[in-house]
Design a protein around this ligand. Structure first.
Ligand code: KIV
Ligand code: NA
Length: 255
């Protein structure tokens, strides 16, 4: 397994690869492919739990799915995502919930949608031995506050706030930063300014690594964000297999 220290060597020249997974068989495939980091994202809400956003995802759901992934992953670093309101209400709640991902689920680190309110929490978690991946730019848990899923950091003021918060989370001890859906130039700037690896999603090609949602990559999602890319067509494979099974039972050729 790459350690959080080893991941810090990632650079735009030798980028870090990160992908989500939510279950054991998929995590085993991602792990065997040599992906560096598996994120058990709260994107599970949309990707596999049938919610229409990440907001309803519970701590118990993330613990359950992270456990499945951690049992299947031998080499990748497993990061559990902190769901909406599992942190931020009090330091104790955030620490206890982050702790569950390591103690109960077997994750190696946690990811937290970051803001001014997570600098101190990041510092506390790192002191306790819980590695933290920060997350700035588009933070989908704030969709009601920001009015959807638009690109962030598009004004000079907003870009400056992201640069400032990135530096503050690095100083608080975060081992890496996810930067989602921001202008390429901002991502390039933040990557140059930080020592920790910046993992981009919809943030151009100049970050230290890339992350996407697995169901988007394999072609299983019903809709894919503009910055994602489908590298396969698993939906068609599944439709064909299910239809072939149905036909074989109905026409008596199986069993
Ligand atoms: O939940 C998730 O999958 C994420 C990634 C898109 C970074 O937060
Ligand atoms: Na997430």
């Amino acid at each position: 397994m790459p350690t959080v220290q080893e991941l810090q060597r990632a650079s735009p020249a030798e980028p870090l690869t990160m992908l989500t997974a939510y279950d054991a068989p998929t995590a085993a495939i991602v792990d065997a492919a040599g992906i560096d980091v598996i994120l058990v994202g709260d994107s599970m809400g949309n990707a596999v739990l049938g919610y229409d956003s990440t907001l309803p995802v519970t701590m118990d759901e993330v613990v359950s799915h992270t456990s499945a992934v951690a049992r299947a992953a031998d080499d990748a670093l497993v990061v559990g995502d902190m769901p909406f309101l599992s942190y931020g209400t009090s330091a104790e709640t955030g620490i206890e919930n982050a702790g569950r991902l390591l103690k109960e689920a077997g994750a190696n680190a946690v990811k937290i949608e970051s803001g001014p309110h997570t600098v101190e929490l990041t510092d506390r978690l790192v002191d306790l031995g819980i590695p933290v991946m920060a997350h700035l730019g588009l933070t989908p848990q704030r969709r009601n506050q920001i009015g959807g899923y638009a690109r962030q950091g598009t004004t000079e003021e907003a870009a400056a706030e992201i640069r400032d918060l990135a530096a503050k989370h690095e100083a608080a001890g975060a081992f890496s930063l996810v930067l989602e859906h921001v202008p390429d130039e901002l991502a390039t700037d933040v990557t140059a300014a930080l020592d920790i690896p910046v993992v981009g999603i919809g943030a151009g090609s100049e970050t230290d690594g890339q992350v996407l949602v697995l169901t988007d990559v394999i072609g299983l999602s019903e809709s894919v964000p503009p910055f994602a890319e489908e590298f396969g067509d698993v939906r068609t494979e599944m439709e064909d297999a299910v239809a072939a099974y149905r036909d074989a039972v109905e026409d008596g050729s199986f069993p």
